[in-house]
Design a protein around this ligand. Structure first.
Ligand SMILES: O=C(O)[C@H](O)[C@H](O)COP(=O)(O)O
Ligand SMILES: [Mg+2]
Length: 300
């Protein structure tokens, strides 16, 4: 049964109960570059109370280093080893779990976040932000010289998506069934500063449909993401809470990891998703309208 938080005592009790606070980013801390009201103050308060903070985002457009810059620009204290994005998790998976041979490459549909993290893990790639792929010119296989070393396709949120990128990815996956099909995450929508936009899941959907093949998704709710965090950070799941805006990623991720879960309604999930006849079967432990509500736990 979900506890609806509203009273100062409830927020205070939550603060006393959990030592590690895992925050989703888009839709919880910010919309694009616009911080959600109260988020900066709440993070600062948690720091002052000695809480461990972790930031766990499915947004693969930025690397951990780029997210650190974003946190700095928003005036939020954050350290690179507290930031876990799906681009980082995917790069670690490819290098350390899949162990892609060093003479092999990844074809990337995605942005600089994926490229930077693959580079950091010593993984070679083609595609991504390569200007030759970022074109609206018609694509013809007659003009395409596939890279024989591509052994995996990795697809993430890509605001420069086009037919050329999809066609090249399709070719690599269609020509060789052993070519791995990986996606950073499968979020259907992205809560931008000005409203919902198609998410990473909508970028890889054409490939799934054309290939009739499901990819391996690395980000939340997959355990891969938690494994990536636990490889770097020790925390007690019993005293850890995951705060998110999406039921089928953030809340499922928290539940799979044995964490407490707090849903906020500032992102993709609204009240009608959790009440009434069409309510989701994914039930968070706690719900509050916004992360800013935790300010009420502060003695006035
Ligand atoms: O489409 C996406 O990639 C996601 O909607 C987005 O980036 C999610 O980020 P998160 O809410 O996990 O921070
Ligand atoms: Mg989110």
């Amino acid at each position: 049964m979900t506890v609806r938080l509203s009273a100062a005592e409830q927020y205070e009790a939550l603060l006393n109960k959990y030592d590690t606070w895992m925050f989703d980013c888009d839709g919880v801390l910010w919309h694009g570059d616009r911080p959600i009201e109260g988020a900066v103050e709440v993070l600062d308060m948690l720091r002052k109370r000695g809480k461990r903070l972790l930031f766990v985002t499915n947004n693969a457009t930025k690397s951990r280093r780029s997210y650190k810059t974003k946190f700095d620009q928003l005036g939020i204290e954050a350290h690179v080893d507290e930031i876990y994005g799906s681009a980082y998790a995917a790069a670690v998976y490819i290098s350390s779990v899949m162990k892609l041979p060093k003479d092999k490459k990844v074809f990337v549909i995605g942005m600089s976040g994926i490229e930077e993290e693959l580079c950091n893990e010593g993984v070679s790639y083609v595609g991504g932000t390569d200007p030759a792929d970022c074109t609206l010119e018609p694509f013809s296989l007659a003009d395409f010289t596939p890279d024989p070393d591509v052994a995996a396709v990795l697809c993430g949120l890509d605001s420069a998506i086009n037919y050329t990128k999809l066609a090249k990815a399709f070719h690599y996956l269609h020509r060789d069934p052993s070519c791995r099909f990986l996606v950073t995450n499968e979020d259907s929508t992205f809560p931008s500063a000005h409203g919902l936009l198609p998410g990473a899941g909508a970028i890889s959907a054409p490939l799934r449909f054309a290939l009739n093949r499901d990819p391996l998704s690395i980000g939340k709710p997959a355990k891969t993401m938690l494994d990536c965090i636990q490889a770097k950070v020790q925390f007690d799941p019993k005293h850890t809470i995951m705060i998110g805006d999406r039921l089928n990623t953030d809340i499922l991720f928290g539940q799979a990891g044995g964490l407490a879960t707090l849903l906020v309604l500032t992102g993709v999930t609204s009240e009608d998703h959790i009440t009434g006849p069409n309510a989701s079967t994914v039930v968070p432990d706690y719900v509050t309208p916004s992360i800013g509500d935790l300010r009420s736990a502060e003695p006035s």
